[in-house]
Write a new protein. Sequence first.
Length: 195
Amino acid sequence: MANRLATEYVKTCLQLSEAEFSQFIRMFKDHGASMQVKVLENGNQEVVLQDDRDEEIVLSFERKMNLYVCQGTCRIHNRSLVNAMRKAVSEFKGDAIVHRNYPTYTMVYTYKQGAVVKITENTATSEKIVYEYRDTIGMLQQLFQKNEVEAEIQSVRAQINELLDLRNDIAEAGIREHIDERLQRLTHRLFVLEA
């Protein structure tokens, strides 16, 4: 197994309530993180984590309404911090694009609402999809709920009925031929839709 060089949270978005923000802090403390929480004058907060290489990882949380919103990037080397961040994104239903960098390749994880939806392996010359979530049940449900065809069938039937009534009321042969042509096209369309 190759040694991971670093984990980079390229695009991260977490939205935490005040209680969740406290849980977020506790989660990192439980993972042994050396950290400081700075409260800024406008209600925003910064969580400063110490990484293995004496680098500071700054997570800025902007106060919006009743939520603390963290959007940004960070690079983490410490495995314990990496695990805490992964757990936080998952538990707090965050969105993120995470690069796990190895010497010869990068694994890219895409999180949506805390769940991994795609994993790709990127090398200098190629990109290979390792995993991709497909919401089969959701797609089938959407297909089942689509009723555009049924609505068009009803519309075509209504047009046919109107044309038949009009045809019965008109005696002129030229107009009747024109109506018959339209009826022929509509009945063909109805046949295609119902097939």
